[in-house]
Design a protein around this ligand. Structure first.
Ligand code: GUN
Ligand code: ZN
Length: 434
């Protein structure tokens, strides 16, 4: 969409971390009860109060008005497995059994390109219906699973990061690559997709148990050859997993040390879960610039444990918040945030709605290193936008009748909201859902 246009409604965006107090830090949060965001050539050009901006806007500017609705930067999901869409919410197992019982059989089915295409298209549709405009995704070990995802995302021009899973042991042969093949296929995918449109390829060793030392050495070669790339893997999600890593890598002092040995802990390395770690490991992660993807719904659903967000923050670890489908049983950022709030109540300090909505937008963008492009309405950012109806459900409508303050409204949304609240999703200004 090349012409200039504008969206009017309640506007919220962040330009910095609002902190953990009930009131956001000065200058971090921008809320306009009647605001306007102006878009040109798919980029944000201005954002502010409607009364002010409308006077300066050329007369021919089309304005879409969403009275009573909340206009925000699109949500960003920094850890998920698109291939697991259809096994979301599978009953009765914890991580290691869940992988064997549900996950590996389903991922094996993506050896059929047509099946991978079908799942990829459905995933993109679900993402946009939930107001998620960017994601960092695991594909499967099949290189064509990456092609399927990027091809499904291409018509929408999504800012999407994804990688071919590298795994060469402790899984069905149909899913295992080898150190050499995993490396070769990853290189080919990087050359084919990285930097094409808004796509990025991520180096993706599944987790320490499914990669031999030879394969971890191959991931290190990739990481060295492509120093700016995102790395994604899993860390200390489940107690049995942690014990298994101890048996498989007896020379290492702990789980993170396996990744450190192979040079995989660095800025833009995203470690999913990071539940069963201590302050010393947190400090090592923080010093190396690695980040944790907190996956509250998955952690509860798989019985993995309670992640201590504030302990990580105190040690300076960057924490993103993610759905982790299909371990997580839903793609809605509201579900993820509601579960994060409940976990925060059981650990240290309640997650404020400001911190929650910051985390799912600019915070996640910063952790992924894409905040120069998305996550806020600062001029020059790509206009990936979600429009939310805070009265979309009967219960939310009752709450709205009480004229909630902005923080209460956000809290109502995150606790009671779901995909019905997503009125529209826009990518670079263009409506792609709603
Ligand atoms: N650890 C290794 N693989 C996976 C996966 O697919 N999902 C989750 N939640 N944890 C993992
Ligand atoms: Zn995961």
């Amino acid at each position: 969409m090349n012409e200039r246009h504008a969206l009017r409604g309640m506007i919220l965006h962040f330009t910095d971390d609002p902190g953990v107090d009930d009131t956001p830090r000065d200058g971090s949060c921008h809320f306009y009860p009647d605001g306007l965001v102006v878009i040109e050539n798919g980029l944000i050009v201005r954002c502010g109060s409607a009364a002010e901006l409308l006077t300066t806007l050329p007369d021919d500017t089309a304005v879409s008005h969403y009275p009573g609705q909340l206009i925000m930067p699109g949500f960003i999901d920094p850890h998920l497995h698109y291939s697991q869409l259809d096994i979301m919410a599978s009953y009765g197992r914890q991580l290691l059994d869940w992988l064997q019982t549900y996950t590996f059989p389903e991922e094996s089915r993506l050896n059929q390109r047509a099946y991978a295409d079908d799942i990829a298209r459905a995933f993109i549709e679900q993402m946009l219906a939930n107001g998620v405009t960017s994601a960092l995704a695991f594909c499967t070990s099949h290189p064509h699973s990456v092609d399927a995802l990027f091809e499904a995302a291409a018509p929408f021009d999504l800012r999407l990061l994804a990688g071919k899973v590298m795994m060469d042991r402790h899984a069905p042969p149909a899913l295992c690559d080898t150190a050499e093949r995993g490396e070769r296929d990853s290189r080919a995918l990087i050359e084919r997709w990285h930097g094409r449109g808004r796509f990025e390829v991520a180096i993706t060793p599944r987790f320490a148990p499914t990669s031999s030392p030879a394969q971890l050495a191959a991931t290190q070669r990739l990481a060295d050859d492509y120093p700016g790339l995102v790395i994604q893997t899993h860390l200390a999600e489940n107690r049995n997993e942690v014990a298994w890593v101890g048996e498989l890598f007896p020379a290492e002092r702990d789980y993170l040390a396996v990744y450190e040995r192979f040079g995989l802990v660095r800025p833009r390395a995203i470690f999913a879960h990071g539940i069963h770690i201590d302050d010393e490991v947190r400090a090592r992660l923080a010093d190396a610039g690695g980040a944790i993807a907190f996956c509250p719904s998955s952690n509860l659903f798989l019985g993995s444990g309670l992640f201590d967000w504030h302990a990580a923050r105190r040690r300076g670890v960057s924490v993103a918040i993610a759905s982790d489908i299909g371990g997580g049983p839903g793609l809605s950022p509201f579900t993820t945030l509601a579960d994060a709030y409940k976990v925060s109540q059981l650990t240290d300090q309640p997650l404020t709605p400001w911190q929650a909505f910051y985390a799912h937008t600019l915070g996640n963008a910063r952790t992924l290193g894409i905040d120069g492009f998305v996550g806020s309405f600062e001029p020059g950012r790509e206009a990936d936008i979600v429009i939310l109806d805070p009265a979309a459900t009967p219960m939310l409508a009752r709450k709205e009748r009480r004229a909630p303050a902005p923080a209460e409204r956000l809290f109502n949304l995150m606790m009671l909201g779901d995909e019905r609240c997503v009125t529209a999703t826009r990518i670079k200004g263009r409506k792609v859902f709603g």
